[in-house]
Design a protein around this ligand. Structure first.
Ligand code: NDP
Length: 271
């Protein structure tokens, strides 16, 4: 039997979220979730949509998956649109966000979730592997944050949520570049939180532990069994468990929370 159970379906995500949160909690808000086509980003997008936000579901190449996310949001009466751009491409991303801002009147919520992990032992690591991690995970978050910030400053309100990783807190063998990109997000979060605090924009980081997605299923059962031994709760997390915190951080309930790093990891780090 596989040690990695399937993540719950997007339709179930909406049901779970509505057991915890009011369906109109985010009514009137416009959200951008990068990498919303699959995994954690999909769960977050569906959760925000299930709470009444209009959601832009960004993706890199998987249009069909992005459309499934949109359908799950529409299925619970929400509004969403899939939009393709590569977050590591500055011109493409800035142009797309500018166009969306004109149509939707600016963003209230940005979730920098799009990420890749191109792993290798440090002595074997190629420049391209280093660049792939840094360009998508860290530079992509910089590019998207910069693109939405002016609009949020004009509104004097905004929520930016960066998806880092426990690997950014602890480091890991074979993941120097991924860890560096994810640790970089913590510095980006704290600096932005300070710079934008007076404009009522809150910036926080979620550090997921090992969550059931395509990214972790690529690791194989043996590695996952070893990881589970390091998790006090003795299981992987489900994307919806990240989404619950994302909804809190996207809502007015977190208006006095900024610059924070919050791990959702079954007790793995306890820092
Ligand atoms: P998946 O591999 O399941 O999904 C990755 C998502 O990112 C997809 O939607 C993909 O789009 C999108 N994406 C990748 N590159 C780009 C790009 N250049 N521009 C736009 N979108 C892009 O990942 P997870 O859901 O597992 O991870 C999501 C985030 O959570 C990542 O930042 C990851 O580092 C972090 N994380 C994950 C953990 C886990 O255990 N799964 C643990 C800790 C952190 P498309 O579908 O089009 O390819």
């Amino acid at each position: 039997m596989s040690t990695t159970p399937d993540a719950i379906s997007p339709q179930q995500v909406a049901e779970h979220i509505r057991k915890t949160y009011n369906p109109s909690l985010l009514a009137g808000k416009v959200a951008l979730v990068t990498g919303g086509s699959r995994g954690i980003g999909r769960s977050i997008a569906v959760a925000l949509g299930a709470c009444g936000a209009r959601v832009i579901v960004n993706y890199a190449g998987n249009a069909a998956a992005a459309q499934e996310t949109v359908a799950a949001i529409e299925g619970v009466g929400g509004q969403a649109r899939a939009v393709q751009f590569d977050v590591s491409n500055s011109t493409q991303t800035s142009d797309a966000i500018k166009t969306l801002e004109k149509e939707f009147g600016g963003f209230d919520i940005l979730v920098n979730n799009a990420g890749v992990s191109k792993d290798n032992l440090f002595i074997k690591m190629k420049d391209e592997e280093w660049d792939a991690n840094l360009n998508t995970n860290l530079k992509g978050s910089f590019i998207c944050s910069r693109a939405v910030t002016m609009g949020m400053m004009r509104k004097r309100a905004g929520k930016i949520i960066n998806i880092s990783s426990v690997i950014g807190l602890m480091g890991n063998v074979g993941q120097a570049a991924y860890a560096a990109s994810k640790a970089g997000l913590l510095g980006l979060t704290k600096s932005l939180a300070r710079e934008l605090a007076s404009r009522n924009i809150q910036v926080n980081t979620i550090c997921p532990g090992y969550i059931t997605t395509d990214m972790t299923s690529a690791h194989g059962d043996k590695l996952i069994e070893n990881v589970i031994r390091q998790i006090p709760m003795e299981r992987l997390g489900d994307p919806v468990e990240i989404a619950r915190l994302a909804v809190f951080l996207a809502s007015d309930a977190s208006n006095y929370v900024t610059g924070q790093t919050i791990a959702v990891d079954g007790g793995m780090t306890m820092m």
